[in-house]
Design a protein around this ligand. Structure first.
Ligand SMILES: [Zn+2]
Length: 176
């Protein structure tokens, strides 16, 4: 039973400040600390940085990113994390691109982005070890339903792949 093991709900209003340009340094190896100092530097320089900004960072093919869980394209296809900022925090998500192991473009990257965005809202401060919706066995609400896609979102005659997320009330992976 997943529902009972969630901690208190901690919803965070997510404001996507911008999607940064693709980092193009071919064959670069970037660690989490590099990415965090990049985000911190960008955030401190951004005009009118809103409360709880979110930075989504896409890396070009050939850039290898390492995180505590392992290497991009192998251990992860995307992740989200948190940096402390004053009494609040900055959230960011990281996406390697061109990974053959991460599925077909563009549906796979859409699925991965929806996964990370949803978890940034429900477990925003995970990078500071302040857990929101987190199940000790199954992880965050997207991890429980990883790769369960649903083509439900439509806008301007385009449709987008979104991943299903865990719903406590429906006791299932659902798309909404
Ligand atoms: Zn996840």
């Amino acid at each position: 039973m997943v529902a009972s093991s969630y901690s208190t709900v901690q919803l965070v209003q997510l404001r996507l400040l911008l999607v940064m340009g693709i980092v193009r340094h071919l064959h670069a190896r970037l660690m989490m600390s590099h990415i965090q100092s990049y985000v911190t530097g960008y955030d401190s320089g951004a005009l009118n940085s809103p409360q709880n900004p979110h930075y989504a960072i896409f890396f070009g093919k050939g850039v290898t990113i390492t995180s505590p869980s392992g290497t991009s394209c192998q251990a992860f296809c995307g992740y989200h994390s948190t940096i402390a900022k004053g009494s609040g925090f900055v959230t960011y998500s990281v996406y390697p691109t061109g990974c053959e192991t991460c599925g077909t473009f563009p549906s796979a990257i859409q699925s991965i982005i929806s996964h990370e965005f949803a978890e940034t809202i429900t477990d925003a401060a995970v990078g500071l070890n302040q857990l929101g919706w987190y199940d000790s066995e199954n992880g965050e609400i997207g991890d429980i339903c990883a790769w369960q896609d649903s083509l439900t979102m439509a806008a301007n005659e385009n449709s987008y792949t979104v991943q299903k997320m865990w719903s406590n009330s429906q006791n299932a992976c659902v798309a909404s």
